[in-house]
Design a protein around this ligand. Structure first.
Ligand code: XMP
Length: 509
C-alpha cells in the first residue's frame, strides 16, 4: 500500500515547496486545502500543517478539526500551523512587536528531540511571520529557540506533535531538509521508496485496473507531458490507446514529421492529422490575441472531435495534466485569474461524454521528466522547451498568414539550432522567436531595405509562472542575428527581449 504524508494548505506561498522537498526525499505526499480535506487518506503516515497569510487571531482565520489528526498520527505545524495548535491548546499567540522576517539562527536546541537530530547550534533558519507564540501550555516543551523567539519550535508531550515557527522548506534554512527528514523518516517512519520506477510500476497496475478493456483517446502535442502520459498508458493498455497528433500549421519547422516519426518508433498507436489549412483559414483576418487563441482552440476541438468519432466505442479521454495545474485549480484561493486563456486538450465539449483519465496528475514537472526518462522517451522530446498550444500563432503579432508562418519557422529554426550548437539550449527553460508587425529601414549592399523585425526571447523559469531573461553571451547573440539576417529573406533587424515575468509575460501575446 502507498504511504502518504498529508500536507494541509492554509494558503502559504511556500506550501508547494514543502511538497517538493518531501518528494525529494522520495516520499509520497499530497497537498489538500484546509477547507476541502478528504475524509480518508490511503496509507496516512503523518500530517504537515502549512503556513498562511492569515493571522490566527483574525475572525476568518482558517481552522480545521485538529483532533482528527493529533494523537492519531504525527503532526508538524509550520508557522501558522504551529501557532494554530498553540493557540487552540491554550497558548498565547500575539502580533509581536518584533515581526520576524528573514534569517535567524537557532541559539538553543534540545539535543534529545527527535525533530532536531543532527541540526547544529546556530543553524540558520528562515523566518516569515508577523504573529508569534508568546507562551505555551504546560504540556508543551520548547525544543528550539532563536535570540528573538523563545518558542521557535515545540513538542507536545505524549504526542508526536511538533510546531516550528520558521520555514524548513526554503533554501535559506540551511538544515531544513534534515528537519523534514527527521519528521518524515524518523518520526512518521515513511519509507523512502517513491521513485520514477516505482511510480511507473504502480501507475501501470492502477491504469489497468481502472481502464480494463476500454478504449482511450489522447491528443499528443509533441510536448513532454502528453508524451509521457501516452507512454504510460501504452504500457498499461497497448493498442487500446489511440493517439491523435494534429498539425495546426503553427508548429516549428519540420516538427510535425519529426515528432510523428519519434512517436511511431516508440510503438504508439498514433494518427497524424494535417489540419493546417483549416487552422490557417479559420484564423484569416483575426489579429486580436485572445480571438486568435479562441479560434485555434475551437478548431482544435472540431478536428479532435471529428477524429475521435472515427474510432469506435471510445469511452475515455486521457490528458497530460500535471500536479501544479491541479493544485492551482483546487487551491485555497481557488483558480487564479485568467491572464491568457490556455487552450489545451482540456476543453472538449460535454456532448462527447468521455470520462477523463489523467495519469500524471500527481507529478511535478521535473518528476514528469524523470518518469519520461525511466520510460525511455527520446531526448528530442524529453528535453524540448515548453511550446504553447497555439504555437507560432501567438508569436506572430497581428494576423496570421502562411507566408508569415514560413518566415517565422525559418527564423526560429536558425535561432534554436544556434542555441543547440553553442551548448545553450539545455541551459534555457524556453526560447523562441517573435515576428513583429512592423517594418524597419536597413541597408544591404548598396540597397535600401524596408523589411521585417524579429524579436528573440529566452527565459529561465521553473514553472512558467515567473521567469527571467537569459544573459546569452553577446558573441552568440551576434552570430544568431547575422545568421538570421543572412539566411532568412525578408528580415533586416533582430532585437533581444530583456524583460522578466512579471511584469511581462513569456509569450508576447
Ligand atoms: P505566459 O506567456 O503566460 O506563458 O507567460 C507561460 C507559459 O505558458 C505557455 N503558454 C501557453 N501554453 N496554451 C498553452 O498550451 C497557451 O495558450 C499558452 N500561452 C502561453 C508559454 O509558452 C509559457 O511556457
Amino acid at each position: 500500500m502507498i504511504e502518504t504524508l498529508l500536507i494541509i494548505d492554509f494558503g502559504s506561498q511556500y506550501t508547494q515547496l514543502i511538497a517538493r522537498r518531501i518528494r525529494e526525499l522520495n516520499i509520497y505526499c499530497e497537498i489538500h486545502p484546509y477547507n476541502k480535506l478528504p475524509n480518508k487518506v490511503e496509507g496516512l503516515k503523518g500530517v504537515i500543517l502549512s503556513g498562511s497569510p492569515f493571522s490566527t487571531k483574525a475572525t476568518d482565520a482558517p481552522m480545521i478539526e485538529l483532533s482528527k489528526y493529533r494523537s492519531k498520527t504525527p503532526v508538524l505545524g509550520v508557522c501558522y500551523g504551529a501557532q494554530l495548535m498553540a493557540l487552540t491548546s491554550g497558548g498565547d499567540v500575539q502580533q509581536s512587536e518584533i515581526r520576524e522576517y528573514g534569517r535567524a539562527n537557532l541559539s538553543y536546541i534540545d539535543p534529545k528531540s527527535a525533530l532536531m537530530q543532527d541540526i547544529p547550534l546556530q543553524s540558520q533558519v528562515w523566518m516569515s511571520h508577523a504573529d508569534t507564540i508568546l507562551s505555551i501550555p504546560d504540556n508543551f516543551s520548547v525544543i528550539a529557540s532563536t535570540s528573538n523567539v523563545k518558542v521557535a519550535s515545540y513538542k507536545i508531550e505524549n504526542e508526536e506533535t511538533y510546531g516550528i515557527q520558521f520555514h524548513p522548506e526554503v533554501y535559506h534554512s540551511t538544515d531544513g531538509m534534515t528537519l523534514l527528514k527527521n519528521f518524515a523518516v524518523g518520526i512518521c517512519q515513511c519509507e523512502q521508496n517513491w521513485s520514477p520506477d516505482s511510480f511507473v510500476e504502480s501507475s501501470i497496475r492502477d491504469l489497468q485496473k481502472q481502464l480494463g478493456n476500454d478504449k482511450v483517446i489522447l491528443g499528443l502535442s509533441g510536448g513532454v507531458d502528453s508524451s509521457v502520459a501516452a507512454l504510460l498508458l501504452h504500457k498499461a493498455i497497448g493498442k487500446n490507446l489511440h493517439c491523435i497528433f494534429v498539425d495546426n500549421g503553427l508548429l516549428r519547422k519540420n516538427e510535425f514529421n519529426q515528432v510523428l516519426e519519434s512517436y511511431k518508433n516508440l510503438g504508439l498507436n498514433v494518427k497524424g492529422v494535417d489540419a493546417s489549412a483549416e487552422f490557417i483559414s479559420n484564423l484569416s483576418g483575426i489579429s486580436d490575441p485572445e480571438a486568435k487563441r479562441k479560434a485555434i482552440g475551437k478548431t482544435f476541438i472540431d478536428v479532435f472531435d471529428r477524429e475521435a468519432h472515427q474510432i469506435e466505442d471510445v469511452n475515455w479521454l486521457a490528458q497530460g495534466t500535471i500536479y501544479p495545474d491541479i493544485i492551482e485549480s483546487i487551491s485555497v484561493k481557488g483558480p487564479s485569474a485568467t491572464i491568457k486563456s490556455h487552450h489545451n486538450v482540456g476543453g472538449l465539449p460535454d456532448y462527447m461524454k468521455l470520462k477523463v483519465v489523467e495519469p500524471l496528475k500527481l507529478l511535478f514537472k521535473d518528476e514528469v521528466r524523470r518518469v519520461g526518462k525511466a520510460l525511455k522517451l527520446p531526448s528530442n522530446i524529453l528535453n524540448r522547451h515548453p511550446f504553447p498550444g497555439p504555437g507560432l500563432g501567438i508569436r506572430i503579432l497581428g494576423d496570421i498568414t502562411v507566408d508569415k508562418v514560413k518566415l517565422l519557422q525559418e527564423v526560429d529554426h536558425v535561432y534554436i539550432e544556434n542555441l543547440k550548437e553553442a551548448g545553450w539550449y539545455d541551459k534555457i527553460w524556453q526560447a523562441g522567436a517573435v515576428l513583429l508587425p512592423i517594418q524597419s529601414v536597413g541597408v544591404m549592399g548598396d540597397e535600401r531595405t524596408y523589411e521585417k523585425v524579429v524579436a528573440l526571447r529566452a527565459v529561465t523559469s521553473t514553472d512558467g509562472m515567473t521567469a527571467d531573461w537569459v544573459h546569452i553571451p553577446y558573441e552568440i547573440l551576434a552570430k544568431i542575428s547575422n545568421d538570421i539576417i543572412n539566411k532568412v529573406p525578408g528580415v533586416n533587424r533582430v532585437v533581444y527581449d530583456i524583460s522578466s515575468k512579471p511584469p511581462s509575460t513569456i509569450e508576447w501575446e
